[in-house]
Design a protein around this ligand. Structure first.
Ligand code: S3P
Length: 173
């Protein structure tokens, strides 16, 4: 049987700092860092934006769930995820079962500032501001299943990493 709650998983809307925090956190927890999107890109040999363009979002969501399952089955890791991974209840249940789930939150205005010049996020193409506000609204409550929520707005990364480190240590007894 797979040991439960052995990963540290970061979820959150696009631009909340999951990748940045995950990368900094992994060496501190002495765990490898893996990312669902990056791992898919490596597997495919082309970008998320290209995948969306060729196969569409529904197909991406299938691939995302398959990748999540694969990563959850491997050794304990810091797993960072795409912002839409929470859209499927199945993914939520799997993450909560096999890991401590940390939700990184940021105010939508701050998210807009962070993702404004980004071309790699297919869901934000066009009017970025309007897209962020709409998706943010649609996803209200979707991240609430997390074991811990951290507001990253105006907070230095070191502080966020330290808070997660302390949380993780408490859970290791
Ligand atoms: C998505 C977020 C992206 C990526 C894809 C879809 C989403 O990841 O998975 O573009 O639906 O929120 P990031 O949260 O790392 O930007």
């Amino acid at each position: 049987m797979m040991v439960e709650k052995r990963h540290l998983i970061l979820i959150g809307f696009m631009g909340t700092g999951k990748t940045t925090v995950g990368k900094a956190l992994a060496p501190i927890l002495e765990l490898p860092w893996v990312d669902t999107d990056q791992s898919l890109v490596e597997q495919w040999g082309f970008s998320i934006a290209e995948y969306f363009q060729c196969y569409g979002e529904a197909s991406f969501r299938e691939a995302e769930t398959a990748k999540l399952k694969e990563l959850l089955q491997s050794t304990p890791s810091v797993i960072t995820t795409g912002g839409g991974i929470v859209l499927k209840r199945e993914n939520q249940d799997l993450m909560k079962k096999y890991g401590w789930v940390i939700h990184l939150h940021a105010d939508p205005e701050e998210i807009i500032r962070r993702v404004r010049n980004d071309l790699e996020r297919p869901l934000l193409k066009g009017d970025t501001r309007q897209k962020v506000l709409q998706l943010y609204e649609e996803r209200t409550g979707k991240y609430d299943f997390a074991d811990l929520t951290i507001d990253t707005t105006m907070r230095p990364i070191e502080e966020i990493v330290e808070q997660i480190h302390l949380f993780w240590n408490k859970k290791q007894v």
